[in-house]
Write a protein that binds this ligand. Sequence first.
Ligand SMILES: C[S@@+](CC[C@H](N)C(=O)[O-])C[C@H]1O[C@@H](n2cnc3c(N)ncnc32)[C@H](O)[C@@H]1O
Length: 198
Amino acid sequence: MSIEGTRQAYGRRAAEYAARLGEVELLAPADRRTIETWADGVTGPILDLGCGPGQWAAHLAGRGHAVTGWDPVPAFVEATRARGVPARTGQVADLSGTPGAWGGILAWYSLIHLEPAAMPAALADLHGALKPGGQLLLGFFDISSSAEPFDHAVTRAYAWPCDVLAGMAAEAGFRIEQEERRTDPGARPHAAIHARRP
Ligand SMILES: C[S@@+](CC[C@H](N)C(=O)[O-])C[C@H]1O[C@@H](n2cnc3c(N)ncnc32)[C@H](O)[C@@H]1O
């Protein structure tokens, strides 16, 4: 799926997405703890890449972090700004324009729509956009064998084996600090990778 296709698919359903998932209180408490703890350990500005309607960006800003949201979907950028968080249209490929800029990048379920072949370049862009010592938190759908597409509610998405994605991040130069896997009742398996630019 091209970024234009993803942009259009989310653009059509931005209001529905915001109503279902656009408040931190609607989301898994374990995710909230993971993201809060991660952000508390970041030094410097945080980019919420693929911020959607801005619920995590606003939550972290409310906890005193300097957060900016980027999303390819203009309606999500507007929703994030409406929460008082600076935001702009942007996608992972635009990170090459902010080399060494970020103390932390939260990519929470925002790389799930990339074709697997695009993932190494995306991880390299993430690495290059972080300051030395900067931290990446990736959230995504977990699967046991190899990256596989599935029928995501909005547009085609891929689930990744946590160890495969962690290996690709290491290839891009990241030090992997933590891997989390969890399956909540009625939900697809979840995984998160905490990684650092050495
Ligand atoms: C499943 S939503 C997650 C949104 C938000 N991070 C959250 O946790 O609710 C995926 C988001 O990634 C964005 N996205 C899709 N492709 C992207 C890309 N190549 N770079 C950055 N964001 C992207 C979408 O516009 C959408 O807002």
